[in-house]
Design a protein around this ligand. Sequence first.
Ligand SMILES: Nc1ncnc2c1ncn2[C@@H]1O[C@H](COP(=O)(O)OP(=O)(O)OP(=O)(O)O)[C@@H](O)[C@H]1O
Length: 256
Amino acid sequence: MNAVLKPPPTEAAQGLSISVRQVVRGFGALQVLLGLDLAIAPGEFVAIVGRSGCGKSTLLRLLGGLDVPDTGSIDIGGVPLTGLSPEVRLMYQEARLLPWQRVDDNVALGLPGDRAHRRAAALAALGEVGLADRAAEWPRVLSGGQKQRVALARALAHRPRVLLLDEPLGALDALTRIAMQRLIETLWREHGFTAVLVTHDVSEALALADRVVLIDHGRVALDLPVDLPRPRVRGDAHIARLEAEVLSSLLDEPQR
Ligand SMILES: Nc1ncnc2c1ncn2[C@@H]1O[C@H](COP(=O)(O)OP(=O)(O)OP(=O)(O)O)[C@@H](O)[C@H]1O
């Protein structure tokens, strides 16, 4: 008789689907998103690229519940998004740590439960980003890359089902950036959250994402699947071909 193979026990949160339908968002006379449609599957890793000012951060803020569309709708996990959700976490280019709180308290901030529970969750998350031994430090003594790892731990501690990453590696040097990309990929695989990464770096998008989505003129102008095994090898001929395709779409677009 065949034994039924059960998946290993895991704490991994199941990623949530994201559905963006005909979203319009403008600021005064400036129309930024002009009826944008985008569907993201549970647990998928999607990278958003596009020219500066095309509306990438605007879209991420909408997905994070920090802003609302003028018209159109957004569902997360099949439920209309109405504001901030504990299951959706954002990470930015700057770590945004509170300088008067130690590293562990920064990570524990806003976690549910009593103090001991919050502290244990913060230490576990710091361990996942390799910074358990820096828990008692002040943020100011950390490097830029370490601060971003703390920011990642702060997001992870909430066991997010959607992680929104707004150019989180933009300010890091090339080596630290690659190390952080690997860390994000590992954590995404282990935790199973849905990831949406805004990046200017097309090779970063292709290293990490299942799909690269290019926004132009307020809509999705290109939606490119990246069907390559992970971890992906830099300089791989297939990646280079996809990179040329995305870059040519970016460069071909008429300037606004
Ligand atoms: N709250 C706001 N009020 C007024 N204008 C805004 C606001 N938020 C965004 N904008 C404008 O909307 C446009 C899109 O901004 P957004 O930050 O989404 O672009 P982006 O694609 O993320 O750009 P970048 O790649 O340079 O970060 C820009 O022209 C920006 O100035």
